[in-house]
Design a protein around this ligand. Sequence first.
Ligand code: FAD
Ligand code: UDP
Length: 385
Amino acid sequence: MVLDSIDVVVIGAGAAGITAARQAAECGKRVLVIEKRSHIGGHCYDRLDENGIYIHQYGPHIFHTKNRRVWDFLSRFTEWHYYQHRVLGLIDGRLVPIPFNLHSLEALFPKSRQAGLERKLIDTFGFGSRVPIRTLKASDDDELKELSEFIYEKVFLHYTAKQWGVDPEAVDPSVSDRVPVVLSRDDRYFADPFQGIPRAGYTAMFSAMADHPSIHLLLQCDGRDLIRLEAGTIFLEGRPFSGEVIYTGPVDELFASCEGPLPYRSLDIRFEAMDVDRYQEAAVVNYPNNYDFTRITEFKQFQLSPPLGRSVVCREYPCGYEKGRNNPYYVIKNGDTEALFGRYKALADGYSNLHLLGRLAEYRYYDMDKVMESALGLVSSLFMR
Ligand code: FAD
Ligand code: UDP
């Protein structure tokens, strides 16, 4: 593909970039995707290891969404293992369902107290509701308040401190809202109607999406080496480019951190292979109150008919982000970072054909489906008017 004929440049071949590229190609546009790593998929990248187990290189990924458009779009490129994610947490020496639900209550409280608490919870919030821990903590009923303090202390306090490396009070409350207290016996981690794991892996799904005659993929190339931003004009290989540029990397890096670096939280993900059929009771076990890691994932439990005799797990040790040394896994949401992001967004808005997309470029704690929804929305707004 010659650069002259390109309509859209996408920087980054993760969930955001590949979804946008495919949608743009289907709108008749010629798309160049530039990825600095040697593989596509971004943080959703997985690979089949020598044991026949799909390893999620950048931490466990389970697809879930309420959005039928996103689900139908992806279903064109993969068959699904209709996996429903269940997580256990080690609390007071017992493995109980996380999010904390009525089964967790049963496991941790004597029958005499559990029945009364259950009734009160349901009378107050309604059966089946998903109550953020901060809402439960704000209850003015003494018994519910005491229960909320117990759940906060056992499930959230120490996990959040480990994960974010700060006083949990300093973490934006929307972060723990992701894992509400569930007033039912539904042990699933997500309540979304569409859930699953691509049968042949995420990387294969993204490869199928990128497989289009109008998509040209350039790996191991930093997009910032090909484009230059100057006084409202984007230059591609030194010449003004009037097509659209969709950038999905860290937004501060695009502007050489001129306003100061945006902070990210990272993980040291340590893998261990072993000669066992099954290592633990659920695909993911959380350790809110023990160890320096937050959770252990056993990958074969995400798979249909996994091989016998071997298993691979990973432990996630949260740590600070250091550019070039580890990955910007999580954005850190607070008033200061929102203001800083706003300054980068204003710089980006100075280029009418530059679009920030995805978890790092939009600086949002986005799950995969939200990134894809955003990508489909952006491309529709650009080319389907
Ligand atoms: P990324 O995946 O970060 O992709 C950005 C791409 O851009 C990367 O490939 C990067 O190499 C490339 N890039 C950056 N800068 C440049 C440049 N200058 N030039 C060229 N290329 C560049 N979501 C879920 O829905 N379910 C889950 O279970 C889930 N689990 C998660 C677990 C962990 C540990 C983490 C960290 C995230 C999880 N997520 C999950 C979120 C999910 O990973 C993200 O929503 C998704 O990967 C974001 O895609 P993206 O394309 O925006 O960003
Ligand atoms: N969380 C917690 N205890 C848990 C699980 C989650 O305190 O057992 C909190 C913690 O602050 C975490 C947030 O809820 O960062 C979001 O959890 P989620 O599982 O969504 O995190 P992710 O999978 O994105 O790492």
